[in-house]
Design a protein around this ligand. Structure first.
Ligand SMILES: Cc1cc2nc3c(=O)[nH]c(=O)nc-3n(C[C@H](O)[C@H](O)[C@H](O)COP(=O)(O)OP(=O)(O)OC[C@H]3O[C@@H](n4cnc5c(N)ncnc54)[C@H](O)[C@@H]3O)c2cc1C
Length: 423
């Protein structure tokens, strides 16, 4: 029997693969609902995903599964709000809305940017790309809000194509005209017409069996047993998609040095403030917020993603506020909601009277934080886990920056790796 821990998209993918390969599996999910981060919730007829969630999957294997449901295709046109200004994303290519002095300072900084051969940290990477003036005003401030630590504390391996690299021609063009080409790393964003983001994985959910309300409390790797609600289940193979540091806590006989390495891994938490409006508000699909007095780093509109997410004639927004052990959340849920109401007015999106309700929810795991040396520490923990014949999958199982399509593929890959090992 293959036991799979966690019914997010990675665990669902693993079970789906196991089923199609003819392997007996037991998929255990601690909560009473399935989908993990891809799940959603409803308030008075308004549906909210757990944070933004749009698909930019390119892999044929994922597209074949996700595209089974009708979907909308959105252009990845996003915006940034800074001190009363709306600027197109990415700002470095869209300086048009800034005052002349700011543009001159940023362009001068770009021309004179320092060239570190191999940047030692994310701050050096930023400076090499964009110059000091731009970084100080934009990405360094945003890093603190989104990653909850300074750019200097982060490594660089996670960056990949996530940050647009600039050249002088693009900086100058974007400073002189607002008609610039879209530099976002994805060319289109897809979202199910009905049922929220989870609809993309619903056909897989419908084909597999999931045991909910089944938190794995303990794992005995010597006797190959997991304990769920006081009952032991034997396994031949085990795949975990639960967060890596929590997996280590639940395993027997873990050496102290591995426990310590696992404790050093941390992720951001996300306070989601969801807002329902009694009218159709004018807003972008999603946007980034730089202002310090607005606690949220990012917001998006579920009703722009799909009108199916709201009752007719209504609209919605969801704000994402990040914290971590390095920068704990000091505000109460009420204060966070009040701050988001303040944001709605400051951003010029709507007035207080337009708001039907606000709602707060906390995601305990958002983004894995790539503080310096994290990958090395994580890899030692992963090596130990694999030495105990446990495969890992998913964003928090692998402890990596995986999008939903990559998490799904990671679930497939874990089953394939198990099969290859057992041959
Ligand atoms: C803010 C934010 C925005 C995102 N936006 C996008 C986007 O636009 N597009 C995109 O493609 N991806 C996006 N992602 C990434 C995407 O959400 C993840 O890649 C994916 O959902 C991770 O799936 P998973 O199965 O690995 O983990 P999860 O979804 O976290 O699933 C893990 C499951 O394990 C369960 N579990 C945990 N512990 C136990 C236990 N002890 N016993 C049993 N079950 C347990 C949990 O309850 C959960 O259901 C975003 C993520 C975040 C945080």
């Amino acid at each position: 029997m293959l036991i799979i821990i966690g019914a997010g998209v990675a665990g669902i993918g693993a079970a789906f693969r196991a089923k199609s390969t003819g392997i007996d599996y037991l998929l255990l999910e601690k909560s009473d609902s399935v989908g993990g981060l891809l799940d959603n919730f409803s308030i008075d007829g308004f549906r909210f995903d757990n944070a933004v969630h749009l698909s930019f999957a390119t892999e044929p294997e994922v597209r074949e599964l996700f595209d089974r449901v009708p979907y909308f295709t959105h252009q990845p046109e996003s915006w940034c709000f800074d001190d009363g200004l709306w600027l197109r994303h990415p700002i470095q290519n869209n300086l048009y809305g800034l005052d002349v002095a700011s543009k001159v300072e940023i362009i001068e900084g770009f021309i004179n940017r320092p060239l570190y051969g191999e940047p030692e940290n994310y701050q050096q990477w930023l400076h090499t790309q964009y110059g000091y003036a731009f970084c100080k005003r934009f990405p360094e401030r945003y890093t603190q809000k989104y990653w909850t630590v300074s750019a200097e504390e982060l490594g660089v391996d996670w960056v990949g194509n996530r940050m647009a690299q600039v050249d002088l021609q693009k900086v100058l063009t974007g400073a002189m005209t607002e008609h610039t080409e879209n530099a976002y790393y994805a060319k289109e964003m897809r979202y199910p017409e009905k049922g929220g983001y989870k609809a993309f994985i619903q056909p897989m959910i419908d084909e597999i069996t999931i045991q909910t309300n089944s938190p794995v409390d303990r794992i005995d790797t010597n006797n190959r047993q997991v304990v769920v609600n006081g009952i032991s289940h034997s396994y031949k193979q085990l795949i975990s998609t639960m967060p890596l540091p929590e997996l280590i806590e639940k395993m027997d006989n873990v050496p102290e040095d591995i426990q310590e390495l696992a404790r050093s891994l941390y992720a951001t938490q996300v306070d989601l403030v969801s807002i329902g409006f009694n009218c159709v508000i004018e807003t972008e699909l999603w946007f980034y917020i730089y202002d310090d007095d607005i606690l949220a780093a990012r917001a998006y509109s579920p009703s722009v993603k799909s009108p199916d997410n709201v009752p007719e004639g209504k609209s919605s927004l969801q704000f994402e506020i990040y914290s971590s052990v390095m920068s704990p959340q000091i505000h109460s849920p009420q204060e966070l909601q009040q701050n988001c109401i303040y944001a709605v007015e400051k951003l010029g999106i709507a007035e207080k009277k337009d708001i039907l309700f606000t709602h707060h929810k906390k995601l305990p795991f958002g983004n894995v934080v790539f503080d310096q040396g994290m990958e090395e520490r994580r890899d030692r923990v992963l090596e130990f886990v694999r030495s105990r014949n446990i495969e890992v999958a998913g964003r928090f199982g692998e402890w990596a920056y995986l999008w939903s399509n990559q998490s799904l593929l990671s679930g497939f890959a874990a089953v394939d790796a198990m099969c290859a090992r057992d041959k």
